[in-house]
Design a protein around this ligand. Structure first.
Ligand code: NAP
Length: 385
């Protein structure tokens, strides 16, 4: 039996995980759930599965939730709560569906205590992926990607030697504005930006998909996860979101991973690896696909993608700085403080002007502190604008 803790249970990844595991009660038991703001929804989920450990952000929410539950559960709160749940001996498998850098705390402690970590969150990997990989190695933990492209690569690379890889090719749907003229970008509203054509996701990742920052982050994520040099990672636009990853080998073979766009597939793979389970996918008929479309990405129209390659080349703290700035800039766009076309402007300005401290990151708390400093810096840039 796998005892699962789902971090970010009320989000898109969290809900897909629950939807998947609920059909396999002989294999999985949900022993921990977390959320930040959607406390009622968290309560409902906890009641259904009688979850023994629950974590919320605020102490007050924890106390209210504990007293309104119909059964006895440990209700923890804050960073300490995330750490405690991730470290519990009872938990052997963790799903990281929290958005943003806060996911670093449960990811780190789950790895440190030797667990399987099915990770959807890319912010942590971009910012301190090497540190996480090192902890996983030392503590004999497993870090398995859930991001669909990286799950595709993870699957495709199971049997191939690294020296045979010529290119990893990431597919991008292009988001909702791929065909929108650049001159209209300033008029794009948050409502339009979060309406992704093929995936149903949280607001932050939806905006990142619309700017192609998400694809840029995935380039950096692939570089860290698979230890592949940046010049061997390419992006193609594939609006159908059916092919999730392509591995080009030195002998001219292209291995592609095709599946319907449903995150449950990647989640199930990460939870069951190296085994697989049957998932019934409705309404998918390969014959109706007829043809697969691939196009070159437009770097001029989507400069965020270029920024990702730039920080990947610079290395050091630059990927973390880009990621932190993006959290602030996307939030500013979602709250109507800046327009869509200004997103890359503030990212680039942060990269150019933030003074990088001469420090070594010794642990995740150092990384979180640096992240916070970048966020403050970008917030001030936006305030002064
Ligand atoms: N959605 C996808 O298809 C997809 C695909 C690939 C990768 N990912 C990655 O997976 C992660 C989650 O994405 P999502 O689309 O599922 O996001 P989402 O729908 O916005 O859900 C985020 C979850 O994290 C919780 N949360 C947010 N900030 C938190 C904080 N500071 N502390 C504790 N909990 C917090 C939210 O709680 P409340 O709802 O209660 O506030 C919610 O449960 C992101 O890193 C994203 O890049 C997602």
């Amino acid at each position: 039996m796998k005892n699962i803790a789902i971090f970010g249970a009320t989000g898109s990844i969290g809900k897909s995980t629950i939807e998947y595991v609920k059909n396999f009660s002989d294999k999985f038991r949900i022993v921990g759930l977390t959320a930040r703001t959607k406390i009622r929804e968290l309560q409902k989920l906890s009641e259904i599965f009688k979850v023994p450990y629950i974590v919320v952000e605020k102490e007050e929410d924890a106390k209210n939730l504990k007293s309104s539950l119909s059964y006895r559960a440990e209700v923890l709160w804050g960073d300490e709560g995330l750490k405690e749940l991730a470290s519990l001996e009872l938990v052997n498998t963790v799903v990281i569906g929290i958005s943003g850098i806060k996911a670093l705390i449960p990811t780190y402690y789950a790895l440190k205590t030797g667990k399987r970590v099915a990770i959807a969150n890319k912010e942590c990997i971009i910012s301190v992926g090497n540190l996480l990989k090192e902890v996983a190695k030392i503590c004999q933990a497993e870090l398995i990607p859930v991001d669909s492209e990286h799950s595709a690569f993870f699957q495709l690379l199971q049997k191939e030697k690294k020296e045979y890889i010529e290119k990893l090719i990431l597919t991008a749907s292009g988001g909702p504005f791929y065909k929108t003229p650049l001159k209209d970008f300033s008029k794009i509203t948050p409502e339009k930006a979060i309406a992704h054509p093929t995936w149903k996701m949280g607001k932050k990742i939806s905006v990142d998909s619309a700017t192609l920052m998400n694809k840029g982050f995935e380039v950096l994520e692939a570089m860290v996860l698979f230890d592949i040099p940046l010049d061997k990672i390419e992006v193609v636009i594939h609006p159908q979101s059916l092919i999730h990853g392509i591995v080009k080998l030195i002998d001219g073979c292209y291995f592609m991973h095709l599946s319907p766009p449903d995150m449950k597939i990647a989640i199930a793979y990460a939870l069951n690896y190296p085994e697989r389970t049957r998932i019934s996918i409705v309404n998918f008929d390969l014959a109706k696909v007829k043809k697969l479309i691939f196009e070159k990405p437009n770097f001029r129209k989507f400069p965020c993608l270029k920024l990702a390659y730039k920080v990947g080349k610079l290395g050091g703290f630059y990927p973390l700085i880009l990621e932190a700035a993006d959290e602030v800039v996307v939030e500013a766009f979602l709250s109507y403080k800046i327009t869509f076309d200004k997103i890359p402007y503030f990212l680039e300005k942060t990269l150019n002007e933030f003074k990088i401290p001469s420090i070594n990151l010794k642990n995740v708390y150092d990384a979180l502190e640096l992240h916070e400093r970048v966020c403050e810096f970008t917030k001030n840039l936006i305030k002064r604008y």
